[in-house]
Ligand binder design. Structure first.
Ligand code: GAR
Length: 208
């Protein structure tokens, strides 16, 4: 059984999608060992509590720099005995110390089809604003392993979503969540927990 820790900063709908998938038996060989929030009072913490998952709050503002913040996150992940770390709307940058401890064991959900609309500064609604201003007809979501390059790690799963006339960033964000993120994130977690993901030459192979 793998221990899954989830890092959050906001509403936690992706956390909820994983909790619901686990309740339906769609996450095999994994259990949630903790949810760590970068801010107090975020709704993701309520979702975790309702599901009986231990919570920790590590406010970014209370740490003097990214190095001390990353060290505190690592310490907490070790206390929770995390095997897999899921970034589910986690909006805080960590430094390379985390790679030394959890390389190949961290995944992130990003609300676009990487390599479009990703990288530094591309998070949350900004991603959908950029997609709409470029006029793409398709966007989507990506789950990828986290490495030292922002949104640059090996891609695990992607799903395309149509852009429609009259979309606002908020409407598009919701459609991308409903049609893509909430499906591919739990599925990627399940695949990891069942040892079905292999990284070769910077690419992910999914074992049968
Ligand atoms: C999601 O759309 C997620 O893909 C995005 O933030 C939202 C969090 O929502 N993450 C990023 O932009 C990271 N680069 P949630 O808190 O309801 O899961």
């Amino acid at each position: 059984m793998k221990n899954i820790a989830v890092l959050v900063s906001g509403g936690g709908t992706n956390l909820q999608a994983m909790i619901d998938a686990a309740a339906r038996g769609e996450i095999n060989n994994g259990r949630f060992c903790g949810v760590i929030a970068s801010k107090d009072g975020v709704y993701a913490l309520e979702r975790a509590k309702k599901a009986g998952i231990p919570t920790r709050v590590l406010p970014r503002a209370e740490y003097k720099d990214v190095a001390s913040y990353t060290a505190a996150i690592i310490e907490t992940l070790k206390e929770l005995e995390a095997d897999l770390v899921v970034y589910a709307g986690f909006m805080t940058i960590l430094d390379e110390q985390i790679m030394h401890e959890f390389a190949g064991r961290m995944m992130n959900v990003h609300p676009s089809l990487i390599p479009s609309f990703c990288g530094v500064g591309m998070y949350g609604l900004h991603v959908h604003e950029a997609a709409l201003s470029r006029g793409v007809k398709l966007t989507g979501a990506t789950v990828h392993f986290v490495n030292e390059v922002c949104d640059g790690g090996p891609i695990i799963l992607q799903k395309a979503v149509e852009v429609k006339d009259g979309d606002t960033p908020e409407i598009l964000q919701r459609r991308v969540m409903e049609e893509a993120e909430w499906h591919i994130l739990p599925r990627a977690v399940d695949l990891f927990c069942r040892d079905k993901l292999v990284i070769e030459d910077g690419k992910v192979a999914i074992l049968p």
